[in-house]
Design a binder for this molecule. Structure first.
Ligand code: IFG
Length: 528
């Protein structure tokens, strides 16, 4: 029902698009060149579904207030507070948050009667007296606020151009993945990434918490997983792990910015850290040493012993209890050391454990070769050279009702080098320049996969070669803005229009200290 409502919402919105200037100008013909957006709205990324510029705008000043809550809704007030926090620095204005509705300034209002903009859409109306953000949900108001941020200069009070933005996302799932197993990252570093992603309306953060090189989340019933298994990383560094309180704090922080955390416990492969922590998990009863290299596919849980399923149950129960979100990701990739029949049996039982704890399975698309549980979501990480049979298996699963998250390795893997000069990163899927990461259409990407089966897109950042915030940001930016655009805005992609618009984000990224890659084929505006 939810999906139907959202689809209806988007259809309504697209109907309204036909009647007014789109985000990229009048009469954008599908697939044809897109004219630029109306003046003052040209820098918005992701591009909104429709923009109508009209009349004079709203001048922000020392007296501007942010009004929340016609319903006195505490969540709306929190959205207002976060927006105020995001605006006070760049504008230098006090921007108090007040409950009283009406009276001008920046107004946030929940309106159940607003045109159905779905769970995340919004309307932003800007005029001399007020800027009104309207949505059916607090998430929609948050996204309206992120658009408002981009209508202001990166420094100074500024004027919000006059007009109306009516907007809703194309895909429900717009994610980024961070691998904190190969190299450890702190929750503070991840919160910064959440801030950066949320401003572009990314709404999911998939955390790759466990792998051969490290176990990064404390599990009370198996304490050595983090205490010992978290004590190293690629290259032999100290590694680390998050306590449950640190994890809860990160999840809360992300949720306040409408970013859903999707935890991944990768199995039955990619498990050396767990095997090194508990001899009883190994078929031969011997724990291997911790692994600090970068090979993959050599480890497997011992699928033939019941102790393994105690481990799976205990771990998934504790992770589910830490997860307000809908999804538990159980990996399933590169299980080369697990015989196919054992893999299928194991994944059956792991999926049952996820369901027992009220969560929906997400797994890498190799699960399509076994028995995906009803409703299980498949994350496709294939590429142009992936075999036809493998692609067809995923398309068939999509047709059979499994939602698919698209993460093509040669488009969205943020650990792929931009080019031969890129220091961090790998290149097994080829180089992925900024344009290539953007110039594809998720709705038409995998032959035979119905557009309606595409839950959305996600850009993974694997960290075998990424150990610092600087490297993380260099590899993620600006390609993750392309992810945000593909996930939110209507397709198909148009580099001639997107490239110059991406360039207008440079001052914003620089103001935030993001050390992004200055791709040579983007007309960046700022000198550096
Ligand atoms: N493939 C592995 C990752 C990582 C990656 C690096 C998946 C699903 C190569 N599995 O991508 O663990 O090693 O690019």
């Amino acid at each position: 029902m939810r999906v139907l409502r959202r689809t209806l919402g988007t259809l309504l919105l697209l109907a309204s698009v036909a009647s007014c200037a789109t985000a990229r100008g009048d009469d954008a013909k599908p697939g044809g060149p897109r004219p630029a957006a109306p003046a003052g709205f040209g820098q918005l990324l992701p591009a909104p579904a429709s923009v109508r510029a009209s009349g004079s705008g709203h001048v922000l000043g020392p007296g501007t207030v942010i009004r929340t809550g016609r319903t006195g809704d505490a969540e709306v007030r929190r959205v207002g507070e976060i927006l105020a926090g995001q605006l006070r620095g760049p504008t230098g204005l006090p921007l108090p948050v007040v409950d009283a509705p009406g009276g001008g300034g920046i107004e946030l209002r929940l309106d159940a009667a607003a045109p159905d903009l779905g769970d995340e859409g919004y309307r932003l109306e800007s005029g001399p007296r007020a800027v009104t953000l309207t949505a059916r949900t607090p998430a929609g108001l948050f996204h309206a606020g992120q658009t408002l941020r981009q209508l202001l200069p990166t420094a100074g009070a500024g004027t919000i151009p006059g007009g109306t933005v009516t907007d809703a996302p194309r895909f429900a799932y717009r994610g980024a993945m961070l691998d904190i197993a190969r190299h450890f990252f702190t929750t503070e570093q991840v919160k910064r990434y959440v801030d950066q992603l949320a401003q572009y309306k990314v709404n999911a953060l998939h955390l790759h918490l466990t792998d051969d090189q490290g176990w990064r989340i404390a599990i009370d019933s198996w304490p050595r997983l983090a205490e010992y298994g978290g004590g190293s990383e690629v290259g032999g560094g100290p590694g680390g792990y998050w306590t449950k309180d640190e994890y809860r704090d990160l999840v809360r922080y992300a949720a306040e910015r409408y970013v859903e955390v999707v935890p991944e416990i990768d199995m039955p492969g990619h498990v050396n850290a767990a095997l090194a922590s508990y001899a009883e998990l190994n078929c031969d009863g011997k724990a291997p040493p911790r692994y600090t290299g970068t090979r993959v596919g050599f480890s497997s849980l011992c699928t033939g012993i019941e102790r393994t399923y105690d481990f799976v149950e205990d771990v998934l129960a504790e992770v589910a209890a830490l997860t307000p979100g809908r999804y538990l990701h159980i990996g399933g990739d590169e299980a080369s050391a697990t015989p196919a029949a054992d893999y299928a049996e194991f994944m059956d039982r792991a999926q049952q454990a996820v369901a027992r704890h009220g969560k929906t399975v997400v797994a890498w698309h190799q699960l399509a070769g076994a028995r995906p549980a009803p409703g299980a979501v498949l994350q496709y990480w294939g590429h142009d050279r992936t075999g036809a049979a493998e692609k067809e298996r995923v398309a068939a699963a999509g047709k059979a009702g499994h939602p698919v998250i698209l993460s093509p390795a040669d488009r969205l893997y943020l650990d792929m080098k931009y080019d031969a000069a890129t220091k961090p990163g790998l290149s097994w899927a080829g180089y992925v320049p900024v344009r290539r990461a953007y110039e594809w259409d998720p709705g038409a990407y995998l032959a035979g996969l119905p557009a309606g089966a595409v839950l959305g897109v996600e850009a993974p950042l694997w960290t075998e070669t990424v150990a610092t915030r600087e490297d993380l940001e260099y590899m993620a930016f600006p390609r993750v803005l392309g992810l945000a655009e593909l996930g939110w805005s209507q397709g198909p992609p148009d580099w001639a229009e997107y490239g110059p618009r991406l360039a207008t984000q440079a001052p914003r990224m620089e103001a935030q200290g993001i050390g992004y890659h200055r791709a040579p084929d983007v007309p960046w505006q700022t000198r550096r």
